[in-house]
Ligand binder design. Structure first.
Ligand code: PLP
Length: 516
């Protein structure tokens, strides 16, 4: 029997925190007591995810006004803190775990993932070195090896977990910059370098803003991001890519990387990676694939094609926290040239030198942060708890639900689908039937944009579902993305019905006389 620490009996008057030695943690009896309440709360939350509105129904400043401006002078009982969690924090939360959450990319805090997070916090290791967390280091290799195999990447890809896809792409592009012969940015920097032309990387106009942000951080600048044209299905045009590279070389610029996307943020389009890989190889450019969302689908044999050509990439990011049911944050960065990647940012001061260097990896070498959370634990736990079959079944269901949504949109005379459905995300807009033939006339187009923005706001105000928006060729689109484990067909049907209902209401109230 394991003995638990208890508070001194005399120091636990009702309703006040036990008087503990000023240097001690709380007694573990409190962990168990409050922990039971927390687990009960989580269970009820997951069992009845619809009891809260999906979108926080508050105004900015609500929580700041509700809470004291200063920390308490003395400790408070956990029960009182948990009361306030329910009273103030929960209403100020937009519930990504709500089955009606279909904005951005739907995600799930799954039960094995939640337990993994709890244990990670309990262990509280900093996995910067193998020595400081052998399990954190080696489990990351194991779990990322499993994931690599699940999505069909070859063993040549070494993986490392980062917090987000933004960091993964930043790290990959830092490696790409380091791979340019003679550049040696690591040592010489970029400033005052008449010996090199401005660096340029290529990404489609639909690529995620994290690519531009990486360019900002890496000293490439937004002018160093060449936006390659897309086709009518929002995929990168390889001919335009090749022409841009040739033109940039002729102007004395230094192309160094291409970012292709499998599952773009707006429409989830898939860039033609095989053709892009040909060009990248010919031009000796680093190819990074952003499969942050779409990569998960490759776990399904029938969707494996989405990563066609990605075995030729230099690096690839897939986010288990997007569509593999791992609680945020967990981003898997795979790289075929790990020496270049670690060489780009690794720096080992004396106090971090260890005898194991050379025999085991030190995670601090796999990106610029030193400290690392033990993120592999939740990934390992989810992959084990669901297994390949379980993950496939869940992703497959999301793909099916997206087809249901697409069917509903296609059938409706007052809705218009604006992009092909590649995964579990659909883009559409409200377009009253009588405006269909004039939808591309400028005043009508402008009105439709206003109508869709207002309809979307009205849908989200209901608190039943949450959808987001994007812009597609000057048209405002409503985005519905399924990725939550608790989303059922009825939620998808309700979301489409609400879009129609709110669209009709706004149209009736707001349509300018000239367009009637
Ligand atoms: N890449 C794509 C395609 C995305 O859709 C997103 C965000 O949704 C990102 C990258 C950035 O993801 P993160 O929040 O993990 O940085």
């Amino acid at each position: 029997m394991i003995e638990r620490s208890t508070p001194p009996a005399a120091s636990t008057p009702r309703g006040t925190a036990p008087a503990l030695p000023a240097t001690a943690d709380l007694p573990t009896t409190e962990l168990v007591q409050a922990g039971e309440r927390v687990l009960e709360w989580i269970a009820a939350y997951l069992d009845h995810p619809e009891r809260y509105p999906v979108l926080a129904q508050i105004e900015p400043g609500f929580l700041k006004q509700a809470l004291p401006a200063s920390a308490p002078e003395t400790g408070e009982p956990l029960d009182r803190i948990l009361d306030d969690f329910e009273r103030w924090i929960v209403p100020a939360t937009t519930h990504w775990n709500h089955p009606g959450f279909m904005g951005y990319f739907g995600i799930s805090g799954s039960i094995p993932g939640i337990l993994g997070e709890l244990l990670t916090a309990a262990l509280n290791v900093n996995a910067m070195l193998w020595r400081t967390s052998p399990a954190g280091t080696e489990l990351e290799e194991v779990a990322l090896g499993w994931l690599r195999e699940l999505i069909g990447l070859p063993p040549a890809f070494a993986g490392a977990i980062q917090d987000t896809a933004s960091t993964s792409t930043l790290t990959a592009l830092a490696a790409a910059r380091e791979a340019v012969p003679g550049l040696d940015v690591r040592v010489k920097g970029l400033a005052g370098r008449p010996d090199i032309g401005p660096l340029v990387l290529y990404a489609s106009a639909e690529a995620h803003s994290s690519v531009d942000r990486a360019a900002i951080v890496l000293g490439i600048g937004t002018e160093g991001v060449s936006k390659v044209a897309t086709d009518d299905a929002f995929r990168m045009n390889p001919d335009d890519l090749a022409q841009r590279i040739a033109a940039d070389r002729a102007r004395g610029r230094t192309p160094f990387a291409v970012v292709a996307t499998v599952g773009t943020t707006s429409t989830t389009s898939i860039d033609p990676v095989p053709a892009i890989a040909d060009i990248s190889a010919r031009e000796q450019l680093w190819l990074h694939v952003d499969a942050a969302y779409g990569g998960a689908a490759a776990i399904l044999p029938e969707m494996r094609h989405v990563l066609a050509g990605c075995d030729r990439a230099d690096s690839l990011v897939v986010n288990p926290h997007k569509w593999i049911f791992i609680p945020i944050d967990c981003s898997a960065l795979y790289c075929r040239r790990p020496d270049v990647l670690t060489g780009a940012t690794s720096l080992v001061p004396e106090y971090l030198r260890t005898a194991e260097a050379g025999q085991a990896r030190n995670l601090m070498d796999w990106g610029h942060p030193l400290g690392r959370r033990f993120r592999a634990l939740k990934l390992w736990m989810v992959l084990r708890a669901y297994g390949r079959q379980g993950i496939m079944a869940r992703i497959r269901e999301h793909l099916r639900l997206a087809q249901v949504a697409a069917g509903l949109v296609d059938e409706a005379t007052d809705l218009e689908r604006l992009a092909p459905v590649e995964f579990s995300t659909i883009c559409f807009r409200v377009r009253p039937a009588d405006l269909a033939s004039r939808a591309e006339e400028e005043p009508v187009r402008n009105y439709l944009n206003t109508l869709n923005q207002a309809a979307l706001e009205a849908v989200n105000r209901t608190g039943e579902v949450f959808l987001s928006h994007t812009g597609l060729g000057g048209r405002t689109a409503i985005r519905l993305s399924i990725g939550n484990l608790r989303t059922e067909e009825r939620h998808v049907r309700r979301a489409i019905a609400l879009a129609r209902e709110m669209g009709a209401r706004v149209d009736q109230a707001e349509r300018p006389a000239a367009l009637r």
